[in-house]
Design a protein around this ligand. Structure first.
Ligand code: ATP
Length: 292
């Protein structure tokens, strides 16, 4: 095998609370992740010359050694004592710096793809451990489906994935730095632990009405105070016909709605399309990475 093609799926957070500050500067979270159908394509090819080369046409994505896909390949190479030369082509569809874990998904696709392409035989647990050194969302992107995430998001407990639930995603074109959002967070106002437990029960029962009513993200407060238009967009989305509930994903600025069905998603899509820089309908996905 000379190449491998991997779909790198984005994620949303159905629930996100910050439950503690750590000595290393990170925050401990309680979050519920779900993979979604929106994905980048990551094509990994063996090449004659040594080294790692990344191609991506998106202007906001670096192609040097700071690219998360590049870092993932380097990390695997270090782990096994060299893997020879590879090129990585990224076809970007996931908006960048948008709370959808696009970079982390690319890193997960490389860890999974390179392991298969070079028949390295590394276990999923080891790949997830390596992934956690690259970014807090990488282990979940490898895991995929639905999971409760604790710690910085790397301690995962599998939940049953929601099957084919329709979603609408909107991004007003604002790139948000995750670090700056955490800096602005008023930690004392974010205690909603009980709500996290409630929404987990609804996910386990696949009860979309209950999920829609209990969506929560404590990072909305600092993002909406700096970018009020994101809050306005979320409010408008949540009052659309056929919407079970709406929320900002991760550190934003993408907002998503859980909707009755694909028709409702498409109707809202036409309503918003001309006003935001990114608008797409998709569904929940049972996987985070997928070789095709
Ligand atoms: P996070 O919450 O981890 O910041 P995000 O989904 O909000 O995730 P990403 O799309 O991962 O944000 O982008 C965050 C930053 O990472 C951007 O500034 C981007 O330039 C950089 N980056 C590095 N590699 C990649 C990649 N392969 N894809 C997208 N962004 C990348």
């Amino acid at each position: 095998m000379q190449d491998i093609r991997v779909r790198a799926h984005a994620k949303i957070n159905l629930y996100l609370d910050v439950v503690g500050k750590r000595e290393d500067g990170y925050h401990n979270l309680e979050t519920i992740f779900h993979s979604i159908g929106l994905h980048d394509d990551v094509i990994i090819r063996k090449q004659e010359t040594k080294g790692i080369t990344v191609h991506c046409e998106h202007p906001a994505v670096p192609c040097d050694s700071s690219n998360l896909a590049h870092r993932a390949a380097q990390c695997l190479s270090d782990e096994v004592g060299g893997i020879g030369g590879i090129t990585i082509d990224i076809c970007k569809r996931i908006p960048v710096a948008a709370g959808l874990a696009g970079g982390s998904a690319n890193a997960a696709a490389v860890l999974h793809g390179v392991n298969q392409l070079f028949e390295l035989g590394l276990t999923q647990d080891l790949l997830m451990h390596l992934g956690s050194q690259l970014g807090a969302d990488v282990p979940f992107c490898l895991h995929g489906g639905a999971a409760l995430g604790l710690g910085i998001g790397e301690r995962l407990t599998r939940l049953p994935a929601l099957s084919d639930i329709s979603l609408l995603l909107l991004n007003p074109g604002i790139e948000v730095s995750t670090a700056s959002v955490f800096k602005k967070l008023n930690f004392s106002l974010t205690k909603r632990k009980q709500a996290g437990i409630i929404i987990k029960t609804y996910v386990e029962k696949s009860d979309v009405v209950g999920i829609g009513e209990n969506l929560y993200n404590c990072l909305e407060m600092p993002v909406f105070s700096e970018y009020p238009e994101v809050g306005v967009l979320k409010d408008e989305l949540s009052t659309q016909a056929g919407c079970y509930g709406a929320l900002m994903s991760g550190s934003g600025a993408t907002v998503f709605a859980i909707v009755y069905n694909r028709d409702a998603a498409h109707r809202s899509e036409s309503h918003f399309k001309s006003r935001v820089s990114f608008c797409t309908s998709t569904v929940t996905s049972p996987v985070g990475v997928y070789v095709y």
